[in-house]
Design a protein around this ligand. Sequence first.
Ligand SMILES: [Zn+2]
Length: 290
Amino acid sequence: MPEAGALKLGKFRLRLLSDGEFRLDGGAMFGVVPKPMWERAKVPDAQNRIRMATNCLLIETGKDLVLVDTGIGDQHDAKFAAIYALDPAAVRLPASLAAAGYAPEDVTQVVLTHLHFDHCGWNTRREGERSVPTFPRARYWIEKGEVEHARAPSERDRASYFPRNWEPLFEAGQVELFENEVEVVPGVRAVKAPGHNADMCVVTLDGGGDERGVYWADLVPTVAHVPLPWIMGYDLFPMETLAQKKRWLPRAAAEGWLCIFEHDAETPLARIVEDAPGRLRAEPLASEVR
Ligand SMILES: [Zn+2]
């Protein structure tokens, strides 16, 4: 098994796998934060969009190969690709998995933080006219309420949901539904942290000893979202997001958790520092994303 690019967290080896970048409106990404403030943290393009990474997390436990979120996928049309500035030349998740030395068949567990298109795009791949599971041997873990909502989204968020990203998994009998919280393999937990939507989960890592980590998903999508009021305009329940940030971030700071930022194109890894109660910032860590 190749060592390059792997990061040790106690008993786990971690890798960040990219599915390429996309772009979203900077104002929508920072909610009530005025542009003169956010544009210093994340520089917008001529259409006011900022770079968005799709940092998926691969966890090697020695027994299981766990993939957390699956990027944006490749089943989009040209209009979608233009709106979100998808780069056709970018290295995508299957190639980054191969570069790490693995085939799709090697993945045993796929943990999905939620079912928005930028988090579960490679759950399936196109085969002729159909979409089929990309990871044929994997169990796919999805929070029950998120599935229910994805199947009946609101007018405000239905553009984020594509049934091809989950229905073929049900047809193949590969879904493990859970409610609120689940330990997928020893030390890897999906835990509901609502706000972005009602059922989104973060993924916590307990590598043994005091080696802990967290994959924030859209609770803290980039390091710029670490300060408490920096909350996405996309969030359905921003006050819940605030409550969850107050629940999680001080603990991550106090215990020195390795923090993984799914959408940060510059700083995917950081630790949290709490300079004074409620005053939180990110301390970047060196990282390698494939
Ligand atoms: Zn997202």
